[in-house]
Design a protein around this ligand. Sequence first.
Ligand code: HEC
Length: 150
Amino acid sequence: MKKTSAAIFAALAVTFVVPASAQFAKPEDAIKYRQSALFVMQQNFGRVAGMAAGKIPFDAKVAADSAAVAEYVSKLPWAGFGAGYDKGESKAKPAIWTDKAKFDDNAGKMQTEMTKLAAAAKTGSLDSIKVAVNATGGTCKSCHDDFRAK
Ligand code: HEC
C-alpha cells in the first residue's frame, strides 16, 4: 500500500512539479503561460473598453468585475518573459531580453493604470472608466509598439 502511494506521488510529481531551477518546466510552457494570461487580460479589459466606447451596453457590475479580473491577471504574464524564454512560437521581440529594464518599466506602468481602472470601475462612473481605459490602452500600445512583433 505504502509503495503504491509513493509510486502515485512520483507519477504526480513528474506531471505537476516544475523544477526548482526554473519557473517553468520548458520554454513552451512559459510562452503559453504569458500568452494565455495576456489573452485572459484582454478579454476582460476589452469588455470594459467596449463599454467605454459605447460598443457594449454599460453594466456597472460587469465592468467592475471585469476590471478587477483584468487588474489581477495583469500581474501574471511577466513571469513568462524570464531568461531563457526568448525562443519559440511567439511575437515577443528579442529586445525584451536585451532591454529588460525598459520592458519591465512598461509592464509596471500598465499595471498601475489597470489598478486605477479597477478603482474607477468600482465607483460605477462611466466617465471615470473612459479616462482610465484610455490611459491603460495607451500603455498596452507603447509596449506593443516596441516589444511585440507585428
Ligand atoms: C510590457 C509590455 C506589454 C504590455 C504593457 C502589454 N503587452 Fe500585450 N503583449 C506583449 C508581448 C511581448 C506580446 C507577445 C507575447 C508572445 O507572443 O509571446 C503581447 C501579446 C498580447 C496579446 C496576444 C496574446 C496571445 O493570445 O498570444 C494580447 C491579447 C495582448 N498582448 C493584450 C494586451 C493588452 C490588452 C494590454 C494592455 C492592457 C497589453 N497587452 C499590454 C507585451 C505587452
